[in-house]
Design a binder for this molecule. Structure first.
Ligand code: B12
Length: 215
């Protein structure tokens, strides 16, 4: 099959929330020599965004959103394993603490960011989701991190990124840790406004920005 055909099926499996078909399609594409990260972003991510849009318009409902999320999670686990296999022998470049901010349970994109960044020799300590800003800072101090990455998918939780910046400043830690932010509602402009060091639109830009911040 062509890449376009795999992409079309990927989108369709997200809309149907069909985990088995989604994983089968990804495995078949990998066996066919298709880049899994590209299929993830051009196919599955596009599909789940479509589900999100339909949900936003009231044409799809929470159970369908949850099915699509399960399918997306299963597919990203396949991709993460592939990507991590490829990046085993890279020299160590630094340590990053990564979390989805407090009040927010969206963690699929963050998981993809984590595995891609790991391939570049950056140790990623993934604290999970719904993590308070102070807990992120405490972890960064504990592990002597170079970089703090945060993810937010809700307009109502983006503000937690500003809270993090303010806490870093008030604890005189702003110069110690570089901050990188991302997630669907986050923008470059927002990053500048709150004083974050960088913004990454997707997982490959996250890698690019993380490397730039560490160099
Ligand atoms: C899947 C999903 C869910 C799943 C999440 C499962 C999980 N474990 O993550 C479930 C069903 C649980 C869910 C719940 C809710 N959701 Co929801 N969800 C989505 C959906 C459809 C897809 C998100 C996703 O996984 N995308 C795929 C990944 C690969 O993309 P991504 O997350 O954007 O990540 C990429 C980039 O953003 C970037 N990135 C991400 N993080 C980081 C971090 C760094 C450091 C960097 C550099 C880059 C980066 O790189 C990633 C990879 O390329 C979105 C729609 C959308 N357009 O985003 C809605 C969406 C985000 N959800 C929404 C809503 C409203 C909710 C709920 C409030 C619904 C409800 N009534 O309960 C709850 C909120 C619960 C909470 N407190 O967090 C809204 C938010 C609206 C808004 N303006 O804030 C959206 C936009 C849907 C919509 N159109 O209404 N959701």
């Amino acid at each position: 099959m062509t890449k376009e055909e795999y992409i079309k099926i990927a989108i369709d499996t997200m809309i149907k929330g069909d985990t088995d078909a989604a994983v089968d399609n990804m495995n078949a594409a990998i066996a066919d020599g298709i880049d899994p990260a590209e299929l993830l972003s051009e196919g599955y991510s596009a599909g789940i965004r479509e589900v999100g849009d339909q949900f936003g318009k009231g044409r799809m409902f929470l159970p369908e959103l949850m099915l699509a999320a399960d399918a997306m999670k299963a597919v990203s686990e396949v991709v993460n394993a592939e990507v991590e296999k490829a990046g085993k022998s890279v020299e160590k470049r630094g340590v990053m603490v990564l979390a989805t901010v407090q009040g927010d349970v969206h963690d699929i994109g963050k998981g993809i960011v984590a595995s891609l960044i790991k391939t570049q020799g950056i140790d990623v300590i993934d604290m999970g989701r719904d993590v308070p800003a102070q807990a992120i800072i405490d972890k960064a101090v504990e592990v002597d991190a170079d970089l703090i990455g945060t993810s937010a998918l809700l307009t109502t939780t983006m503000g937690e990124m500003k809270v993090l910046e303010e806490l870093l400043k008030s604890q005189d830690l702003k110069k110690k840790f570089k901050t990188l932010i991302g997630g669907a509602p986050v923008t470059e402009r927002f990053a500048k406004r709150i004083g974050a060091d960088a913004y990454g639109e997707d997982a490959s830009e996250a890698v690019e920005k993380a490397m730039a911040l560490l160099s």
